[in-house]
Design a protein around this ligand. Structure first.
Ligand code: UDP
Length: 456
């Protein structure tokens, strides 16, 4: 039997549950994987938190993206344990680890036991520790999927060695100490400094449950059936608009059409970052002083409203924009189709928070980066971007207008050719890797074969 030329699932079609951590970057990359599995005729149930499940249905055409696999793709919601009005952004997103362990875990076990057809495999976010235990108890093999880069995965993995060798904790926030080189992350000796470690390593309290949780989840991956690392990306280039938790504003694409080639610096700090108003003012003045064109996108709720407040509702400071009604910049308060923006010929650079998805998307688009990391793996990503891959400049911990002006001029003017051609070369390698003969293409084939062999 066939539907639209595709075979219908049969009793031997394997059934996979995909379960991301409830945040945009995790959902985006795991939905891409879901699509690839459906394309290979595997049945996929995609499990979101109830909160994101509703948003995904509200703001995206995810149903139409998967409409070609009506018999193969299902979406379900599960409680994340937080109240609806919790911000789920900034550092507070970490509250999810605790709430999911207490509320979601037992529900997850019930779901694994009751879902039909029965599951053959669970692909869970490797940042969550409980799915491996729970699925293990009911006898379902688990594959871990990490949405962070291999370099940050490895850094988390090595943290117990850093502690044992006395390289952690970091002794205060002095410049000299932050610049101290770390030697116990094999492969990163000589360039990884204290300030480049995952943000959870900052501060003296290493018993911090989030850091411990992240390290133990990382080490736990060795017990999973397999580990998928999202290191060469963008497995489906044309469906960028189909997984957003915010409504997309596409007006900026029209504005970009009117700008000269590679003249615009795109500025966006992702789906979780919450910024201090002072930092925004410094970035704004640095950008204006650099005299470069820019497109700055600010997500709703991405600015601290007031200290200690739970609701970050404020948006871009209006008085800044009013003073400069120029043609050379555009400020959007909302959410844009980032991959399309990065692919636009007018974009010549990206000022990014170095989230892993943004980093991968920028590499594939061949655009050089200025990195201003906020937290988690971003400190590591920005160091690799600048020092190892040499695809951009890292301005971490120095959010001042003079620094912004300097790095923007360096990226968009002084080193434009050099960084642009390195970025173009890396983009070629990335595209090659996802082709049928590339490393990612071959790994995907092997994964699908493995899942088929799990059919019970
Ligand atoms: N994104 C987008 N439009 C925006 C901002 C972000 O489409 O205006 C997407 C971006 O393309 C990426 C994801 O949101 O796929 C953000 O993930 P990332 O890992 O970069 O950062 P996080 O949001 O998890 O900090």
């Amino acid at each position: 039997a066939e539907s639209d030329g595709r075979p219908l699932p049969t009793t031997t079609t394997p059934h996979v549950l995909i379960f991301p951590f409830p945040a945009q970057g995790h959902i985006t990359s795991m939905l891409n994987l879901a699509e690839l599995l459906c394309l290979s005729n595997l049945r996929v149930t995609f499990l979101n938190s109830d909160y994101n499940h509703r948003r995904l249905l509200q703001f995206t055409s995810v149903q139409s993206r998967f409409a070609v696999y009506p018999e193969l793709f299902y979406m379900l919601g599960i409680a994340d344990g937080l109240p609806t009005d919790h911000p789920r952004s900034g550092e507070q997103i970490l509250d999810l680890f605790e709430s999911m362990r207490s509320v979601t875990k037992p529900l997850f076990k019930d779901l694994l036991l009751s879902i039909r057809p029965p599951l053959d495999c669970v692909i869970s976010d490797g940042g969550l520790d409980f799915p491996l235990d729970v699925a293990g108890e009911v006898g379902i093999p688990v594959v871990h999927f990490r949405t962070i880069g291999a370099s940050c995965f490895w850094t988390y993995f090595c943290i117990p060695d850093l502690i044992e060798a006395g390289e952690l904790p970091i002794q205060g926030a002095g410049e000299e100490e932050m610049d101290r080189l770390i030697t116990k992350v094999p492969g990163a000796e000589g360039f990884l400094r204290c300030r480049d470690l995952p943000s959870l390593c900052r501060g003296r309290d290493l018993s911090h449950s989030y850091l411990q949780g992240m390290v133990s989840a990382t080490r736990l991956s060795s017990k999973a059936y397999a580990l998928i690392l999202n290191t060469f990306p963008d497995l489906e280039e044309s469906s960028s608009s189909s997984s957003s938790l915010w409504e997309e504003d596409r007006t900026c694409l029209g504005w970009l059409n009117g700008q000269p080639p590679k003249s615009v610096l795109y500025v966006n700090f992702g789906s979780i970052t919450v910024m201090k108003p002072d930092d925004i003012i410094e970035i704004w003045h640095g950008l204006i002083n650099s005299k470069q064109r820019f497109l700055w996108v600010m997500r709703q709720g991405s600015v601290v409203a007031e200290l200690g407040s739970n609701s970050n509702t404020s948006t871009f400071p209006e008085e800044l924009v009013k003073g400069y009604p120029g043609e050379e910049h555009m400020v959007v308060s909302g959410w844009v189709p980032q991959k399309e923006v990065l692919d636009h010929g007018a974009v010549g650079g990206f000022l990014t928070h170095s989230g892993w998805n943004s980093t991968l998307e920028t590499i594939v688009a061949g655009v050089p980066m200025i990195c201003l990391p906020y937290f988690a793996d971003q400190q590591v990503n920005s160091r690799f971007t600048s020092e190892v891959w040499k695809l951009g400049l890292d301005m971490k911990d120095a959010c001042e207008r003079k620094v912004v002006e300097k790095v923007v001029t360096e990226l968009m003017v002084e080193r434009r050719e050099e960084l642009g051609s390195r970025a173009a070369r890396m983009a070629e390698l990335a595209r090659w890797s996802v082709g049928l003969d590339g490393s990612s293409g071959r790994n995907l084939e092997a994964l699908i074969e493995d899942i088929r062999s799990m059919r019970r």
